[in-house]
Design a binder for this molecule. Structure first.
Ligand code: M6R
Length: 366
């Protein structure tokens, strides 16, 4: 059942070239320039005229919502808010007619997300579900949606569901942007192609797993980790920190890299591993300066970088590579070394990576 792997988590990490491919298959046609998604097409007026989009989710799915915030605002020019389902539900949120709620959930059974959807529905919002489990409660509660088609995810730590959520959300954004006219045809075609190439790039980066394992062994006894990123890679830093906490029980925090100087930099000393998600994008020069700030304080820099980068390796202790990609799709790549890192650290510490203590696969209590 684990397909020859020691754990479901590593099996599911390695499945990602296929799960992302399955998610794109039958939808994305990079030659014809089309994205076929009935849930979007049948509700296109509602979606493209949204005054506001609110993403509602928990945990890793909330991180997917954060990436999507950047993608939707950039491509569709619609204001986006990303809410923890539990907070949204209980604070008497303002919901206006014409608001679109995108509910993101692997299991489709997360109680906090379900009650938040109920609340938004009562107030007249349109609910679009991005769900993995077919026929689940959230799929049924939504007015429309798109499945992530990642297959059953057994490991408690979400891995392949996250990258599939990003693939679906990016396709939805591209489709809305094309209809709205907020994207040029060239950029649209380019991004379709970039998405299409993701499964092969994931396959390539997975070949670096032994390197990631060696880095994991080197830092497995650290007491704390920091994860930093900017822009599209900021939510990836949060996700990397969550994975490490869940799987290795090491305290980890994710931050936008520029926030360091507003407080957390006080934590940096020669023992602290700081993981930078620093692929080549519009924020690259800025994050290089952030790396220098950490180096100057003797932190241990571990960086996820684009494979042809010659600068960051000269200022880092350890390096993990991902293939070059447009920044809009880059999180689907840059998160994977971080999934691997937490897996190898958890295994090295002899922990039950598929069923970490105190956690359940779906949280069906509020
Ligand atoms: O099934 P859902 O996507 O609604 O679950 C949300 C969170 O409970 C989930 O992502 C959780 O944070 C995972 N353990 C993360 O690995």
């Amino acid at each position: 059942e684990k397909g020859g792997y020691d754990h479901f988590m590593i099996k599911e990490i390695n499945e990602q070239p296929h799960t992302i491919y399955d998610c794109l298959r039958g939808r994305l046609d990079p030659v014809a320039g089309t994205i076929t998604m009935a849930g979007v097409q049948n509700n296109i007026e509602q979606l493209k005229n949204a005054q506001r989009i609110v993403m509602i989710a928990c945990g890793t799915s909330w991180h997917a919502g954060l990436v999507a915030e950047y993608v939707f605002e950039e491509l569709c020019r619609i204001p986006v808010e990303v809410e923890y389902a539990s907070e949204f539900r209980y604070r008497n949120p303002v919901i206006n007619k014409g608001d679109v709620i995108i509910a993101i959930s692997q299991s489709g059974e997360t109680a906090d997300t379900i009650v938040a959807i109920d609340k938004a529905k009562e107030q007249g919002a349109f609910i679009f579900g991005v769900v993995n489990v077919v026929g689940s409660s959230i799929a049924r509660l939504s007015h429309a949606g798109a499945y992530t088609h990642a297959g059953p995810e057994i490991g408690v730590a979400s891995t392949k569901a996250f990258t599939a959520q990003l693939a679906v959300l990016t396709m939805v954004a591209l489709k809305i942007a094309l209809e709205k006219g907020t994207i040029t045809h060239d950029r649209y075609m380019h991004l379709l192609n970039e998405l299409h190439e993701i499964p092969d790039k994931v396959k390539l980066l997975l070949e670096d797993a032994e390197n990631v394992k060696a880095i994991g062994l080197k830092y497995k006894d650290a007491g704390d980790f920091l994860y930093l990123g900017r822009g599209y890679n900021f939510p990836v830093a949060l996700e990397g920190a969550l994975k490490l906490k869940e799987i290795s029980y090491i305290h980890a925090e994710g931050y936008p890299a520029a926030e360091m100087k507003h407080g957390p930099i006080a934590l940096v000393d020669e023992k602290l591993p700081v993981v930078f998600v620093a692929t080549k994008d519009a924020y690259y020069d800025k994050i290089v300066s952030n790396i220098q700030e950490i180096k100057a304080r003797k932190g241990q820099v571990i960086a996820v970088i684009t494979e042809n980068d010659e600068t960051i390796p000269t200022m880092s202790n350890d390096i993990m590579f991902v293939p070059e990609a447009d920044e809009i799709v880059a999180p689907m790549l840059s998160v994977i070394p971080l999934q691997l890192l937490s897996y190898y650290i958890g295994v090295a510490k002899g922990l039950d990576v598929d069923k970490p203590r105190n956690l359940a696969k779906s949280v069906t209590v509020e």
